[in-house]
Ligand binder design. Structure first.
Ligand SMILES: [Zn+2]
Length: 304
């Protein structure tokens, strides 16, 4: 049986939020078995009101990024860091932040993978739990959809289809048993169309966005001098976002995920539809745990 894993030591970084443009200091800390991923706003007074468990029930906004909150505080743009935890097999960690947004770094998950690898990952004395998908759940319409179906292991097919000369249709397939998350997915950066930049800024979003952390796609391709890291970098990034959003299940999914023109909203809706249907999944890995969402968590107050 695969054990749970956490970080071997704490590690930190500093950067700006892509939407807030505010500087934030972030520390990734080890956590006890059963904790899951928990965010802690250390700029607020100590207590449970400043911690937020990274689970789908705590998602409060999905426009242009995934935001979690607890009614008192929120943290946005968590998806790339969540993807790094998922891709590196980290079950338990505390993310201590002195601001409202995870730093965007270079717009990919690679800097977070680097931090996790520098800190090291260690086994813990508890079996890893996973969510086995028992029946197909599909949301969306003919144009935009996402589905998850029973399978022996996790895999993901992600298609994008933009009516744009430099994007068009791209498709990626990620199977962690044969594809390296670290080299094939984690490095894919956030992107947006040049034509959408003004609208994003007018909505009060993307204020920290720049060519340092976003691939901006003009009519002839990326306007970033360095170009793309992969010809299908945009589809790879959508896969990265999906992996991060789905890790809000609270445990790895065992199933085949397929999506076309999906986004944070649909990713979140899929998790909700799946997990709210008791016939659609079951928890595996620890037969003592009868229900999902009630693990032997470290009391939140102890983290706060
Ligand atoms: Zn993203």
């Amino acid at each position: 049986m695969t054990p749970q894993h956490t970080l071997k030591s704490s590690i930190h970084c500093t950067g700006i939020g892509v939407h807030s443009n505010r500087r934030v200091h972030m520390e990734l800390r080890p956590a006890a078995p059963g904790t899951g991923i928990v965010f802690c706003r250390v700029d607020r007074p100590a207590g449970s009101a400043r911690t937020i468990e990274a689970v789908h029930e705590n998602v409060v906004e999905t426009r242009l990024c995934t935001t979690i909150g607890n009614g008192s505080v929120s943290v946005r743009t968590i998806e790339h860091l969540m993807a790094a935890f998922a891709g590196c097999g980290v079950d338990n960690a505390v993310v201590a932040l002195d601001g409202e947004e995870v730093p965007v770094m270079d717009g990919s998950a690679a800097p977070f993978v680097f931090l996790i690898e520098c800190a090291g990952v260690v086994e813990q004395c508890a079996p890893r739990r996973a969510i086995e998908v028992l029946k197909t759940v599909r949301l969306g319409d003919e144009e935009r959809w996402i589905s998850v179906a029973p399978a022996e292991t996790f895999s993901l097919r992600c298609d994008i289809d933009f009516d744009h000369p430099a994007l068009g249709h791209q498709s990626v397939f990620f199977d962690p048993l044969v594809t390296s998350f670290r080299t094939e997915i984690a490095r894919a950066r956030t992107f947006c169309r040049e034509a959408d930049v003004a609208g994003i800024l007018a909505a009060g979003m993307g204020r920290g966005g720049s060519l340092e952390n976003t691939v901006v796609i003009g009519d002839d391709g990326p306007i970033n001098e360095e170009g793309l890291r992969y010809p299908d970098e945009c589809a790879r990034h959508k896969a990265l976002d999906c992996i991060g959003d789905l890790y809000l299940a609270g445990a790895p999914l065992v199933g085949y995920v397929s999506c076309r023109r999906s986004g944070h909203g649909l990713n979140h809706s899929l998790l909700t539809a799946l997990l709210e249907d008791p016939d659609a999944w079951r928890l595996i890995g620890d037969e003592q745990e009868a229900t999902y969402g009630e693990p032997d968590r470290e009391p939140v107050a102890a983290i706060a």
